[in-house]
Structure formats: structure tokens, C-alpha cells
Write a protein that binds this ligand. Structure first.
Ligand SMILES: C[S@@+](CC[C@H](N)C(=O)[O-])C[C@H]1O[C@@H](n2cnc3c(N)ncnc32)[C@H](O)[C@@H]1O
Length: 201
């Protein structure tokens, strides 16, 4: 069976893949809480930043941002993921959107795109589009911040990306301003993810 003839629920570029897993409650990537480097990043910003969380899943971080009065859009193309996010968010002031990251358009200019387990959920054939899209969505000075699954794991998701491959996707439009090891990873990512911040040129 080739990639394109596989059923939709076996193709991570299709919402059905993720709906199946959220529907079954099989979400090993879900930290169930806000990761430390992200919370620390939020705490040290001088003011709230208009933030997009693509592939938000359960949206723990969106809840955290809303609690700190940050404007935040949490976006996912899986209706089951959005339903789970709705449970987590309750009445939190989050713009929760069911849409494809590659087609969605912001209402207001973005200042931050938060990355966790989204790029590594995308098949490699979509990586160049991801790089182009984050650059299109952020104005000069805008930030791309979060967790990157840096390893040579071919089979996924999660699909590992090598540091030089990530540089190839981002360095024309972004300058890397933070890069450090992560100490509170869940087991799927442990020892293989780094916290990074990239600033749009
Ligand atoms: C591995 S999960 C990560 C969820 C969340 N970021 C987290 O850290 O728990 C990947 C998520 O990306 C979503 N996703 C994948 N491709 C997408 C796309 N093109 N547009 C929007 N969401 C997408 C999936 O539905 C899934 O919820």
C-alpha cells in the first residue's frame, strides 16, 4: 500500500488520523500541563503577545495564556482535538478554531507562534510549507517559540528533524535567539527536544 492509498486515519496529514487517536484517548504526546520553558518565557515578556498555537491538541498552553490575559488563537484541524480543547479550556477567553494551519488567516497581526509537537506531527513532505507559512504569518520582529524534536527518527509521528534541516527551513527568514536543553520532557520526547526561539527578520 502506498502512502496515498492508505486510509485517511493512517495518514497524519489528514484530520482523521488525529481524530482516531483523540477519540480513543491515545495521546502519548499530551503533557497534560504547561511545560516549564514556555511558562517561564511567558512570565518574562513585558506585555501580552498576540499568539497562535497551531495544532493545539488539548490546548493546555492556550488556557495558560488566557489566564495571563494574552490574546490567543488555538487552532487544530481535527474536530475531536477541538472538542478535547473545549473541555480543557472551559470558559477561558481563547479563540478556538477548527481549521487547517496552511489555509487559516489571522484577523489581527500575530506576534508569536508557539510550537509544540506540531512540526513533528507533519509528514516531511509538508515541512517546507510549514517553514514558508510561519514566515508568512509573522511580521518582522515576530517570534516563533517552542519545542523542537531534534533527532533522526524517520518513522513517525513524531518525525524527528535534524538541526541542519530545521536551519534550512528557517534561517532565511528567522534568526535563532534561544536554544537550550529541556528538562521536563515527557517520555516520547525526553532527551531529544530543545526549547528554541526564532525571531522573524
Ligand atoms: C501531536 S499533536 C500535538 C498537540 C499539541 N500541540 C500538544 O502539544 O499536545 C498534533 C496536532 O496537530 C494537529 N494538526 C496536524 N496537522 C494540522 C494542520 N495542517 N492544521 C491544523 N492542525 C493540524 C493534529 O490534529 C493534532 O492535534
Amino acid at each position: 500500500m502506498t502512502e496515498t492509498t492508505k486510509p485517511a486515519d493512517q495518514r497524519p496529514e489528514h484530520p482523521d488520523f488525529w481524530c482516531k487517536r483523540f477519540g480513543e484517548g491515545t495521546t502519548p504526546w499530551d503533557a497534560g500541563q504547561v511545560p516549564g520553558d514556555f511558562a517561564e518565557f511567558v512570565a518574562r515578556q513585558a506585555r501580552p503577545l498576540n499568539t497562535l498555537i497551531p495544532g493545539c491538541g488539548s490546548a493546555w498552553e492556550a488556557q495558560h495564556l488566557a489566564a495571563h490575559a494574552w490574546p490567543v488563537t488555538a487552532l487544530d484541524f481535527s474536530p475531536q482535538a477541538v472538542a478535547r480543547a473545549r473541555e480543557v479550556l472551559g470558559a477561558a477567553a481563547v479563540d478556538l478554531v477548527c481549521a487547517d494551519f496552511f489555509a487559516w488567516q489571522p484577523q489581527q497581526p500575530l506576534e508569536l507562534i508557539y510550537e509544540r509537537a506540531f512540526l513533528c506531527a507533519l509528514p516531511r513532505k509538508l515541512w517546507a510549507d510549514w517553514g514558508r507559512r510561519v514566515a508568512e504569518l509573522l511580521p518582522p520582529g515576530g517570534l516563533l517559540a517552542g519545542y523542537f524534536f531534534l533527532c533522526d527518527q524517520l518513522k513517525g509521528p513524531p518525525f524527528g528533524i535534524l538541526p541542519e534541516q530545521l536551519d534550512d527551513l528557517l534561517q532565511a527568514d528567522f534568526e535563532q535567539i534561544e536554544d537550550r536543553a529541556v528538562h521536563d520532557s515527557i517520555s516520547v520526547f525526553a532527551g531529544r527536544e530543545r526549547w528554541q526561539v526564532w525571531r522573524r527578520r
